[in-house]
Every structure is written in structure tokens, then in C-alpha cells.
Design a protein around this ligand. Structure first.
Ligand SMILES: *[C@@H]1O[C@H](CO)[C@@H](O)[C@H](O)[C@H]1NC(C)=O
Ligand SMILES: *[C@@H]1O[C@H](CO)[C@@H](O)[C@H](O)[C@H]1NC(C)=O
Ligand SMILES: *[C@@H]1O[C@H](CO)[C@@H](O)[C@H](O)[C@H]1NC(C)=O
Ligand SMILES: *[C@@H]1O[C@H](CO)[C@@H](O)[C@H](O)[C@H]1NC(C)=O
Ligand SMILES: *[C@@H]1O[C@H](CO)[C@@H](O)[C@H](O)[C@H]1NC(C)=O
Ligand SMILES: *[C@@H]1O[C@H](CO)[C@@H](O)[C@H](O)[C@H]1NC(C)=O
Ligand SMILES: [Zn+2]
Length: 368
């Protein structure tokens, strides 16, 4: 991984690097990415894309320490964190459907989650952090190949309303490019970290061809990961049970927020998915919202990536979801350059998948 990063230049690189412990996959390496910890700067041609866009002139907000911008006061700019204003953001699924999302990956524990999803043929929307995409390219490729919907969660996981227009463009476009170079596709969906979005951020996203996604069912699973005092894992189970119980009476479906960042959050996700599946048609965000996952219309998606059971979906939604791929002019991932990609931590992921059943058993004893 480090080797690939250091020899990648602004020009397309053609090379084959044999990596240990991983499957060799074809991809392109064409870009020099923002350095770790650096605030990304956009390419000039990306700024051209928003040059003529009508972008709401909202102020750039000041961060309130780690908590981000203040959420009190009047909301003049459709700021979701402040007022729950949705604007053009997607935040729910139609009745009977549930949008399944996992944020902040890929990570060492993502393969454990993917392994489980595969056993139930469940596809999810994965909001990936760009810098993590660069660290775990083989995991990104696997997620795409297994039919999950790859989506953007910015490059640095920053509060987007605190960023300049240039910085917002860079956060979205660098992440899009990193995903495109690994999978051959450019995601349409992005989720603002912490749900921190207003109309300025939305307008920039729209001008770049993206749609924002919030959520309406929060597991707060990150509190488990961060060992927030007093937080109980049973609450996550209790919430899922409650949400499942509302399936018949609620006028809408749901769209949940979970994280594939630590073993505990992945364990909670694995434990509770069957509860949701028993009550809802659990799908990707693109499927429930009828939005194509990717910008390209001429790529061949993995088997089942956009497969939706038509028995539950409203006709309009299922037809737009299926319209992602025209029958004509299919192609596969880019072939102009070929390089082997592997995750630096492939061994760790393997060990985690062995440890998981044991850890789940132990945690059952502790938390019961
Ligand atoms: C491959 O796996 C072996 C044994 O698990 C380990 O020693 C080695 O460092 C791994 N190599 C890479 C590139 O991950
Ligand atoms: C820009 O958007 C605002 C708010 O939607 C609207 O009032 C205004 O007419 C638009 N301006 C242009 C030039 O389209
Ligand atoms: C749902 O989770 C919240 C914390 O995220 C907790 O306060 C609440 O008690 C939980 N509900 C149930 C039914 O467990
Ligand atoms: C919802 O309705 C279905 C079909 O009528 C029923 O089988 C199921 O038990 C109900 N679920 C709940 C949680 O009430
Ligand atoms: C697919 O479409 C993109 C533009 O969206 C174009 O650059 C590319 O050449 C096309 N590939 C094929 C094989 O048609
Ligand atoms: C595709 O979906 C079908 C029906 O749900 C399932 O049986 C099959 O295993 C899936 N194939 C893949 C590659 O996921
Ligand atoms: Zn996040």
C-alpha cells in the first residue's frame, strides 16, 4: 500500500505489484492523494464544476471544539444538525423498507461485517472515509464486488459546515476519485459526518452530482466503541426491537446509522440485523430512494448489486432502481492501467474474523 502510494504519480502508472495475503485485482493508480492529516485542496478543474452553480451564501460556521458548530439559535440555512431541516437530503425509506448503512470504514473489522452480510445475501450502503479507502483498497474492492453500495463520507471526517467551498469540493471529490480508481465507479451518495449539513453544503454536493443522505434511526453504536460511560449495548438491541415493532404501524420505513469501525459496533450490527430483516425489506439507500448508486451508466455492476425484490417495492421505486444500468454498452472496471492492490492490514482482518465468535460469546457473558 505504502509502496503504491509512493510511486503513484500524477500520470497513469502501469505496473503490477505482487502482494502477499491478498487477491490481485485490477485497478488504476493515477493520482497523488492528500497526505495523511492534511486538509485536502481541490484540483482546479473540480472548482470549475461549481463555478456557475447557485450556491447558498451561508456563513462558514466556527467549530465548537470537538462538538462541531453550535446547534442552538435560529436556522436560516436548512441546517439539519440545528433544526432537522432535510432540504434535498434523503433521510428515510418508504413504508416497509429499511435503508441499511454503515459509516466510517473501511477498517480492520469491515471484512467481519461483510462476511456476515454475505451469509444472508444482505446489501448495505457503506459511507466510506476517503483516507480509509486509500488504506484498505482491497476491502473497498471486496465491498463493491459483493454488491454493496459504495458511498462517500468525506476525506477527513470533518464538520462540513465549517469548511470553505473549496474544502468541501476537495473532501467529496478526492474521496470519489479514490473509490473510482479502485472500483471503476463514482458514488452518487454522500453522508455529511455528524449530519452536519446546510444548504451551502447541499448545493455544492448537487453541483458536483452528489445527493446527501442523513438518517432517522440512530443506534448510537459509536458510544459503545468510545466506551461512553453508562452506555449500554442492550440499548442498541432495545432500539432495533422497538423499530422492528413499528414496521406495521409506522407510515414510513426507516434509515439507520451504524458504524463498521470497531469489533463492538460490528458485533451489535450482526446481532441485530436479523431483527430488522424479519420486519422490513432491508435494502441499500439507493434502492429505497430510487437513486442510482453511481454516476456511470455504462458499467457492469456486480451480480445482485441492484437486485430488489419487486414484491414489496412500489412500482416507481423499483423501476428507477433497476434503470441504473442500460442494457447496451456494458463495460467493466478500467483497464488502462493494472496494479495489484492489497490492504496493509489484511492479516489483522483475518484474525478478527476468527476472534469474533469468541468475543461475541464473552460479551454475552459480560453484558447479560
Ligand atoms: C502475510 O501473512 C504473513 C503470515 O500471517 C505475515 O507474516 C506477513 O507480514 C503478511 N504480509 C503482508 C504483506 O501482509
Ligand atoms: C439561486 O437560488 C435562490 C434560492 O433558491 C433563488 O432565489 C435565486 O433566484 C437563484 N438564483 C439564480 C441566478 O438562479
Ligand atoms: C434506545 O437507545 C437509547 C440510547 O441511544 C436509550 O436511551 C433508549 O433507552 C433505548 N431504547 C430501548 C428500548 O432500549
Ligand atoms: C406485522 O404484520 C404482519 C402481517 O400482517 C405480521 O405477520 C407480523 O407479525 C406483524 N408484525 C408485528 C411486529 O406486529
Ligand atoms: C463510460 O462513460 C464514460 C463517461 O461517463 C467514458 O469516459 C468512458 O469511456 C465510457 N466507457 C465505455 C467503455 O464506453
Ligand atoms: C443473488 O441473489 C440470489 C437471490 O437472493 C441469491 O440466491 C444468490 O446467492 C445471490 N448471488 C450473489 C452472488 O450474491
Ligand atoms: Zn462518520
Amino acid at each position: 500500500m505504502r509502496l503504491i502510494a509512493s510511486i503513484a504519480t500524477a500520470f497513469t502508472l502501469i505496473s503490477v505489484i505482487q502482494a502477499q495475503n491478498s487477491t490481485t485485482v485490477a485497478t488504476t493508480t493515477t493520482s497523488t492523494y492528500p497526505a495523511d492529516g492534511a486538509k485536502p485542496v481541490p484540483k482546479p478543474e473540480w472548482m470549475e464544476l461549481i463555478k456557475n452553480a447557485n450556491i447558498t451564501n451561508a456563513p462558514i460556521l466556527k467549530s465548537n471544539g470537538d462538538d462541531g458548530p453550535s446547534t442552538s439559535g435560529t436556522d436560516n440555512y436548512c441546517d439539519w444538525a440545528k433544526s432537522g431541516c432535510m432540504g434535498s437530503s434523503i433521510g428515510d425509506c418508504p413504508k416497509g423498507q429499511w435503508g441499511l448503512t454503515y459509516d466510517d470504514g473501511p477498517s480492520d473489522v469491515s471484512p467481519t461485517l461483510y462476511d456476515f452480510l454475505k451469509t444472508t445475501n444482505q446489501k448495505a450502503t457503506l459511507f466510506m472515509i476517503g483516507s480509509n479507502v486509500r488504506k484498505y483498497p482491497a476491502t473497498v474492492k471486496r465491498a463493491f464486488d459483493e454488491g454493496h453500495e459504495i458511498a462517500i463520507h468525506t476525506w477527513t471526517h470533518s464538520y462540513m459546515t465549517t469548511l470553505t467551498n473549496e474544502q468541501i469540493v476537495a473532501e467529496l471529490k478526492w474521496t470519489e476519485l479514490a473509490i473510482k480508481e479502485i472500483t471503476g465507479v463514482s458514488p452518487r451518495l454522500f453522508r455529511p459526518p455528524y449530519g452536519d449539513i446546510d444548504d451551502r453544503v447541499r448545493d455544492i454536493g448537487t453541483a458536483l452530482g452528489f445527493t446527501s443522505v442523513i438518517w432517522d434511526h440512530d443506534t448510537n453504536d459509536w458510544m459503545l466503541a468510545e466506551k461512553v460511560p453508562g452506555f449500554k449495548s442492550e440499548w442498541i438491541d432495545g432500539n432495533f426491537t422497538e423499530w422492528a415493532g413499528e414496521a406495521n404501524t409506522s407510515s414510513t420505513g426507516g434509515l439507520s446509522l451504524e458504524h463498521d469501525i470497531m469489533l463492538v459496533t460490528v458485533q451489535a450490527a450482526i446481532k441485530n440485523l436479523p431483527i430488522l430483516q424479519a420486519a422490513y425489506k432491508v435494502v441499500t439507500v439507493g434502492q429505497c430512494a430510487g437513486v442510482p448508486s453511481y454516476k456511470e451508466t455504462n458499467v457492469t455492476l456486480p451480480v445482485n448489486a441492484s437486485a430488489v425484490s419487486s414484491s414489496i417495492l412500489p412500482a416507481a421505486t423499483s423501476s428507477s432502481a433497476a434503470a441504473v444500468i442500460p442494457a447496451a454498452a456494458p463495460t467493466t472496471a478500467p483497464s488502462s492501467a493494472v496494479a495489484a492492490i492489497s490492504d496493509a492490514n489484511a492479516g489483522t482482518a483475518l484474525r478478527v474474523s476468527v476472534i469474533l465468535p469468541i468475543a461475541m460469546f464473552i460479551s454475552t457473558l459480560i453484558f447479560a
